[in-house]
Design a protein around this ligand. Structure first.
Ligand SMILES: NC(=O)C1=CN([C@@H]2O[C@H](COP(=O)(O)OP(=O)(O)OC[C@H]3O[C@@H](n4cnc5c(N)ncnc54)[C@H](O)[C@@H]3O)[C@@H](O)[C@H]2O)C=CC1
Ligand SMILES: O=C1[C@@H](O)[C@H](O)[C@@H](O)[C@H](O)[C@H]1O
Length: 335
């Protein structure tokens, strides 16, 4: 079976996923695309080798030539697009975040549960990265004893003018929020944000960098530096300290260069390069799950829990206080 995919949003990651689906992934093809920017949609359709441009998003989602939906629109539109896919009974891979408010994410949970079968996978691709998988194996296997603390950093080279202070939580930190929940097997119960001196290399409206502090239900403390205009590259760090040792995310394997009196390796510049393998594995697993008729991977519950923590982090940015995260009870459907 070839899964026919409709892509909503043909910006940066939409185009990367279209190329991936067209050249790398087996068992799928992009049959239709939609974007509010018609010129971008036309270009993406051509790159997909003959996909059509849908009249609009609802037409794409309900079309007969679309078996499954890939949502790569802006974060604030995700919940609406996922709800439309669930209403049409179609599997959907939604780039993170699932939503920007906990209430919107809860609407997705309710709709999926009413449908009666899992349809939603959220694009937390770190769960498919070999380094993160190794971290999880070591922690779950007791290799560092009981985890106590986690130190993380999420650095982007630069961010454009559209990027806001809130997005540091909703769009950027949400990766580490999900990864911490997944690595530790515990929910996050509070968030706090401390603002260091701001870099001059940013648009004036943005607070950058930010220190975020989280606590899990079991008392693990997590510190996360989000610095999205660090200038030097795309740098993702994660170290978990346990009672008997620590485990640290490896840098991706890169050849060692010795030249001009120095020894070193190249630093990735963008997310697309750093997580290329993880994206390939993630999207292939999603396509396979659609063909098998049984959703796997990060669920709508994971999307909701991460959104709720990110929303508390946005409140903490504004107030400077420690903000509690009060998750709704986890439905048996997501056990
Ligand atoms: N997993 C990861 O590492 C990454 C995830 N993302 C996520 O992917 C999403 C898209 O990010 P980018 O591609 O960087 O943004 P982008 O701005 O380059 O592309 C988004 C596209 O969606 C379109 N769009 C927005 N709202 C729409 C609507 N209501 N209907 C139809 N089209 C709409 C825009 O016109 C634009 O072409 C974001 O949620 C972001 O968080 C982005 C980059 C990396
Ligand atoms: O998901 C991503 C972007 O949306 C986000 O804006 C960046 O900060 C992240 O590094 C990238 O992985």
């Amino acid at each position: 079976m070839t899964v026919r995919i409709g892509v909503v949003g043909t910006g940066a990651i939409g185009r990367e996923h279209i190329e991936r689906l067209t050249r790398t992934i087996s068992g799928a093809r992009v049959s239709a695309v939609a974007d509010i920017d018609a010129a971008l949609a036309e270009k993406a359709a051509a790159a997909a080798g003959g996909a059509r441009v849908a009249a609009d998003v609802p037409e794409l989602i309900t079309a007969d030539d679309v078996d499954a939906v890939l949502v790569t629109s802006w974060h604030a539109a995700h919940a609406e697009h996922v709800l439309a896919a669930v209403a049409a009974g179609k599997p959907v891979l939604c780039e993170k975040p699932l939503a920007t408010t906990a209430d919107d994410a809860l609407r997705v949970l309710a709709a999926e549960e009413a449908h009666g079968r899992r349809l939603v996978q959220v694009g937390f691709m770190r769960r498919f990265d070999p380094g993160y998988r190794e971290l999880r194996r070591v922690i779950a296997g007791g290799g560092i004893g009981r985890p106590l603390m986690m130190h993380c950093a999420h650095r982007n080279r630069t961010q454009g003018e559209r990027y806001t202070t809130e997005m540091a939580a909703q769009d950027t930190a949400v990766h580490e929020i999900d990864a911490a929940r997944w690595l530790l097997g515990e929910e996050i119960v509070s968030a706090q944000v401390i603002m260091p001196r701001a870099t001059d290399h940013r648009f004036p409206h943005l607070r950058d960098p930010q220190f975020m502090l989280f606590e899990t239900a079991g008392g693990v403390r997590i510190d996360l530096e989000v610095f999205v205009n660090c200038q030097y590259g795309y740098d993702i760090r994660c170290e978990t300290v346990g009672e008997t040792g620590l485990v640290r995310l490896p840098d991706p394997a890169r050849a060692e260069i010795r030249s001009a009196g120095r020894v070193g390796t190249e630093i990735d510049q963008e997310w697309g390069g750093r997580f290329a393998e993880a994206f390939d594995v993630e999207v292939q697993a999603w396509v396979d799950s659609v063909a098998d008729g049984a959703a796997t991977g990060p669920s709508a519950w994971d999307g909701y829990a991460a959104t709720a923590v990110a929303a508390a982090t946005v409140e903490a940015q504004r107030t400077g206080a420690v903000v509690d995260v009060n998750l709704a009870p986890r439905p048996a459907f997501y056990a």
